[in-house]
Design a protein around this ligand. Structure first.
Ligand SMILES: Cc1cc2nc3c(=O)[nH]c(=O)nc-3n(C[C@H](O)[C@H](O)[C@H](O)COP(=O)(O)OP(=O)(O)OC[C@H]3O[C@@H](n4cnc5c(N)ncnc54)[C@H](O)[C@@H]3O)c2cc1C
Length: 387
């Protein structure tokens, strides 16, 4: 089944041209500076590469989900996980909460900026003492009449230093369990916010931060949807956050195979190029087969999302399988390069370290297996929260 039409492929071509022209030659610098100049997002916005699935009313294009799939596949072929995750967080992991559940006021205030490339958003779930166990967050938003007083801290927040606003997961009622969790849009330059960059193994071009909130005043207007519904909004939103690993892993894995074959065809050992060694050829054959299989399954899950079919089981399976395969492909492709695989002069070192976070971010592999096993073994049901 081919989910990509002629229009999709034309979009892919023009995006590829843009990325080769404006991004490819800059990646090394952005990785070593550990920072991406914001102008590139503005350029992408000007060219119509952002806000693809967002309504035209806010400056978006109202396109189907496969345009977004193409966006992240092609961005991933640039071999910088940090470049990709920066916009994945903006387009798919933070702003959708405003679009789906936010007031018209919030939509007007934030969505045009994330579509034009002027604004960078983040999502603040994880805290120093809790990540997987979201219901145990400690960040508190006390009701003070016309504002909330926010106290607590978040960690591992992608775009946390670089960003303009953070969708903050906070307890508005500390006695109500999951029913006491709410989502607030917090401007990152508010008084009482402190942001510290975290040094990481990979995703070097992306900034990841610890954010502390010390008596930060947040207007009641910045509450997303209803108080106490944040946990349910999150459980819905996490489906897209997880699914979007499908295109980014596919793009990165295909890049790894292409680069490996190129290398194997010119590298000589024992008097012949290494692509003639059967053991290596078979590895390429196996990895290519596994990538094709995950593409069929992953695109099928994307098509369900495109049709607004909410399937937590398949989405969790796709996140689990694609990120684990991505890690395997990166490890095995690095091996094809021998010592050069370990060198920063060749693409595999970065590919390898960037792939490692896939099985951790947006819900670990263990958490994906927990969700899947509850559905498979206990017939647990996960229903969508509409608003
Ligand atoms: C580079 C990077 C970027 C990130 N970006 C963001 C972001 O933008 N926003 C954000 O909110 N978070 C972000 N995160 C955080 C990420 O989502 C968490 O690290 C992840 O959810 C795991 O939480 P934790 O680190 O607290 O690990 P823990 O929850 O402490 O888990 C530790 C280990 O125990 C396992 N474990 C936990 N519970 C169970 C269980 N019930 N059964 C079996 N095993 C279990 C986990 O799988 C893991 O192996 C980012 C992380 C990284 C590394």
């Amino acid at each position: 089944m081919n989910y990509f039409t002629k229009e999709h492929e034309m979009f892919r071509e023009s995006l590829r041209d843009f990325l080769n022209r404006e991004v490819k030659g800059n990646i090394e610098k952005w990785e070593s500076d550990q920072k991406i100049p914001k102008e590139i997002w503005k350029k992408m916005g000007d060219q119509g590469f952002l806000g693809l699935t967002y309504p035209e009313k806010y400056g978006g294009f109202g396109l189907d989900f496969f345009f977004e799939v193409i966006l992240f596949e092609e961005m991933s072929r640039m071999n910088s996980g940090g470049f990709v995750i920066t916009q994945q967080v903006v387009q798919c992991m933070s702003s959708p909460y405003i679009l789906k559940y936010g007031s018209e006021n919030l939509k007007q205030k934030y969505l045009p900026g994330i579509i034009s490339g002027d604004l960078i958003g983040c999502i603040g779930i994880t805290e120093p003492d809790t990540g997987s166990d979201v219901k145990n967050i400690k960040t508190k938003a006390e009701d003070k009449g016309d504002y909330y007083l926010l106290n607590g801290s978040k960690t591992f927040i992608t775009n946390g230093v670089y960003g303009d606003f953070v969708i903050t997961v906070a307890k508005t009622d500390t006695t109500a369990g999951t029913k006491g969790i709410s989502l607030l849009v917090v401007d990152l330059n508010s008084e009482g916010i402190n942001r510290t960059k975290i040094n990481k193994l990979g995703w070097h071009a992306s900034d990841t931060a610890e954010i502390s909130f010390d008596n930060v005043k947040v207007s009641k207007e910045n509450l997303i949807g209803e108080e106490g519904k944040g946990f349910y909004y999150l459980m819905n939103g996490l489906q897209l956050e997880r699914l979007i690993f499908v295109p980014s892993s596919i793009g990165a894995m295909e890049f790894a195979i292409t680069e490996s074959i190129k290398y194997m065809k010119q590298r000589k050992s024992f008097g012949q190029t290494i692509d003639k060694f059967q053991v290596l050829r078979h590895k390429i054959a196996t990895l290519s087969s596994e990538i094709e299989a995950i593409k069929v399954f992953g695109y099928y899950c994307c098509e369900l999302y495109n049709k607004k079919i909410y399937d937590v089981k398949l989405c969790s399976m796709a996140k689990l399988l694609v990120t684990e395969l991505h890690e395997k492909v990166s490890t095995e492709c690095l091996q094809f390069f021998g010592g050069n695989g370990f060198s920063e002069e060749y693409p595999m070192a970065r590919m390898y370290r960037d792939s490692r976070v896939g099985t951790i971010g947006a819900g670990t592999s263990e958490i994906m297996k927990e969700i899947i096993s509850k559905i498979v073994l206990e017939e647990a049901e996960y229903k969508e929260t509409k608003s």
